[in-house]
Design a protein around this ligand. Structure first.
Ligand code: ZN
Ligand code: ZN
Length: 449
């Protein structure tokens, strides 16, 4: 059984220590510190939070750091990494596509944020200079009796789960995980994971049930085709990383014939995906889709896109900013057009309010008043949320865990993180009732296994 630090004195020297630095009963600032019995340390992910004053993971006593490893490029996992390179020069293990995209996202984050992050472009350069690319399923030594192995996580291109082997204990950290096949990448496969002693499991959608994927894709394409056939325009606000490209691939797969425009960050990320074909499930389909789409690279093309009878894919996914805001007034007030959201809409976001109330509100005050935005628009167009998730739902999580093999002598320890309070604690109690030894750690808690 794992032991919390405060109950623990005698056996400390022979156990592996896991400190949860963030993403505990919340989503954001992911960070886990693992320490071997000889004191060698490894950090898994180091992301940023989105709210409040504490945007970086919880402070830990880092005195013998040997490596840092990243599961994927989303900034809730990668955004704080440059902070570590203010003082450290340890190897940073990742893969080529995750580094390329994390750099774009972190640069963007530093540039546009009002929050004063305690690092800048220089530390981001140090991060890159210390990076090493790991192939999946290749065991990498960190120290004696301390190894990491990357495994497919199925979440976004380049995403991995990390298998740690420390002092004869095997611990799997899922990172963000998807066990359903998407058009962009292959799913996570639990049968590829060797026997483990403990699991650190993401719980984002532990309380949800996703609709059947194929049916959802067909409905999505049918609705879009209808709008286009009737002379309207469809805005798909989508996250620039992965979701924009997934929406594009769905349209290509079902042979959508209309015009498609891609705007904002989705353009840059799509170009990076073309540069790393090995990380894309069907690169031919993706290349064909990109060839047919038009990148919105000038004001004139954006103007044309607005006038066009076509589909516009543009961040931000929750309509909190980005190029999508430029399109939204004309689309919302046109009864023949539509806004189809394809990603999760967090409570309080403009996208969520649109779906719940049919009303769009957005306010952003800029120093230059001419650039301030203040929008209050009733939606006259069609609007709908399509649940194209890249996280496993309740059923997927349970079947993933069921397919994992725990060492016979182990206590089947499962730590539920990366989800709100209800999702993480409910999943932990569901697993406890299935005879796993499960808990939803709180920020800063330390366990020994
Ligand atoms: Zn993610
Ligand atoms: Zn995440």
């Amino acid at each position: 059984m794992f032991l919390k630090l405060r109950y623990f004195i005698i056996f400390k020297a022979i156990m592996v220590k896991i400190s949860f630095l963030g993403s505990c009963r919340e989503i954001g600032r992911s960070g886990i510190l693992v320490e071997s019995k000889s004191g060698a340390q490894c950090i898994l992910d180091y992301g940023i939070g989105f709210n409040g004053e504490d945007r970086l993971p919880h402070k830990a006593h880092i005195n013998n750091l040997k490596a840092i490893a990243l599961t994927h490029s989303h900034i809730d996992h990668s955004g704080g990494l440059p902070f570590l390179y203010k003082t450290e020069t340890v190897p940073f293990f990742t893969n080529s596509i995750s580094l390329a995209i994390a750099e774009v996202l972190i640069r963007d984050m530093i540039k546009i944020s009002n929050y004063p992050y305690p690092f800048g472009y220089r530390e981001l350069d140090y991060l890159r200079q210390n990076s090493y690319f790991l192939k999946n399923k290749t065991r990498q030594r960190i120290e004696d009796d301390f190894y990491i192995t990357f495994m497919d996580a199925g979440h976004i291109p380049g995403s991995v789960s990390i298998l740690l082997e420390v002092d004869n204990k095997k611990i799997l950290y899922t990172g963000d995980i998807n066990t359903q096949t998407t058009n962009l990448i292959n799913p996570a496969n639990p049968t590829e994971i060797p026997e483990i002693d403990a699991l650190i499991m993401e719980s984002t959608y532990a309380l949800r049930k996703h609709p059947p994927r194929e049916q959802l894709e067909i409905e999505f394409v049918e609705k879009i085709t209808n709008i286009i056939d009737n002379g309207g325009t469809v805005l798909i606000p989508a996250f620039g990383v992965a979701r924009s490209q997934e929406a594009l691939l769905i349209l290509e797969k079902y042979n959508f014939k209309g015009k498609i425009f891609i705007d904002g960050l989705a353009r840059k990320i799509s170009t990076i995906y073309l540069d790393f074909p090995d990380f894309i499930r069907n690169i031919k389909l993706f290349r064909r889709a990109i060839r047919k789409a038009q990148f919105v690279s000038t004001r004139k093309i954006r103007h044309n896109a607005k006038q066009s009878n076509g589909v516009i894919i543009s961040p931000s996914g929750m309509l909190k900013g980005g190029a999508a805001l430029d399109y939204i007034p004309s689309i919302l007030t046109d009864t023949t057009s539509a806004v189809y959201l394809v990603g999760y809409q967090v409570e309080g976001s403009p996208g969520r309010a649109l779906i719940d109330n049919g009303f769009f509100e957005f306010k952003e005050l800029k120093r230059n008043r001419n650039k301030s935005v203040d929008l209050h628009i009733e939606a006259l167009c069609d609007y709908k949320y399509f649940d194209f998730s890249s996280h496993s739902d309740n059923e997927n999580i349970h079947s993933y865990i069921q397919k994992l093999n725990f060492e016979r002598k182990s206590n089947k320890d499962i730590f539920c993180i990366h989800g709100d309070n209800k999702s993480t604690t409910s999943l932990a109690s569901e697993l406890t009732s299935k005879n796993y030894n499960s808990v939803a750690p709180e920020t800063g808690e330390v366990y020994h296994i």
